[in-house]
Ligand binder design. Structure first.
Ligand code: FPP
Length: 246
């Protein structure tokens, strides 16, 4: 049995299909999705998770129709305005990853306020991935390292640990579980580097129907997984190559 994952990431998918099944517009699906966000944060806090990252808006989502992007941004603002006191009261710290420079200044200001209000909180870290792309994050890290090399750093000094320090997620615990709702079986540019040893959990449940029960089911599945990190399960005789290594 594994303990609780230190860091859970959720790809919140299926708002549009949830709405279509009810003959509602996509806007209604996203509104119901925002309710699921609130429920899931509350559940994560009750369960005692340390870090929860929600894929709220991808770098690619900017290409959606203007009205849909505006609605998603409006839901984000409403969420931040409505929930800031609750987050502060319940010991939840807000952080973000992604290219915030693309967000409208009023949303950036709101994010700054809520982050500052909650920065001392320790019960749960809520990380919102906003204007986020895993490839974009890797490219930004590569660019930062290239600059350091241009400034004289030895390229051979670059290793995985140094690369990781260049990512927005460097201060978060290792990602151990990724949940994706609504039946699609892919990562869609979410935390690509961080997913290296994360367990993947897919559910048919569309995001607007997600809540405590579904989160518990994902955590129960995680508890049963055999995590090997490239090793064998038995204390096997190590290969000469491994023995020669550090
Ligand atoms: C995917 O559903 C979901 C999104 C693109 C964004 C997630 C947004 C929310 C849950 C709403 C508000 C967020 C916050 C933080 C308050 P989809 O539209 O791609 O669904 P589909 O694949 O069924 O069309």
């Amino acid at each position: 049995m594994n303990a609780l994952p230190q860091h859970v990431g959720i790809i919140m998918d299926g708002n549009g299909r949830w709405a279509a099944r009810r003959q509602l517009g996509r806007v209604e699906g996203h509104r119901a999705g925002a309710e699921a966000v609130r429920r899931t944060i509350r559940a994560a806090r009750e369960i005692g998770l340390s870090t929860l990252t929600l894929y709220a808006f991808s770098a690619q989502n900017w290409a959606r129709p203007v009205a849909e992007v505006a609605h998603l941004m409006e839901l984000l603002s409403t969420f931040l305005r409505d929930e800031r006191d609750e987050l502060a009261l319940r010991g939840i710290r807000l952080v973000t990853i992604g290219d915030e420079s693309r967000l409208a200044p009023p949303i950036r200001d709101l994010l700054d306020i809520v982050k500052r209000m909650t920065c001392g909180n320790r019960e749960l870290t809520l990380c919102l991935a906003l204007s986020y792309g895993g490839r974009e994050a890797i490219v930004a890290a590569a660019r930062a390292l290239a600059r350091a090399v241009a400034g004289g750093m030895d390229p051979d000094a670059i290793d995985a640990a140094m690369f990781e320090e260049m990512l927005d997620t460097c201060a978060l615990p290792p990602l151990e579980l990724i949940i994706r709702t609504s039946g699609e079986l892919r990562l869609s540019n979410f935390l690509l580097w961080e997913a290296a040893y994360a367990e993947l959990y897919f559910t048919e449940v569309p995001w607007p129907d997600f809540g405590r029960r579904e989160l518990d089911a994902a955590l129960a599945a995680f508890a049963q997984r055999r995590r090997r990190f490239g090793l064998t399960e038995e204390p096997a005789i190590r290969s000469p190559a491994a023995r020669a290594g550090p």
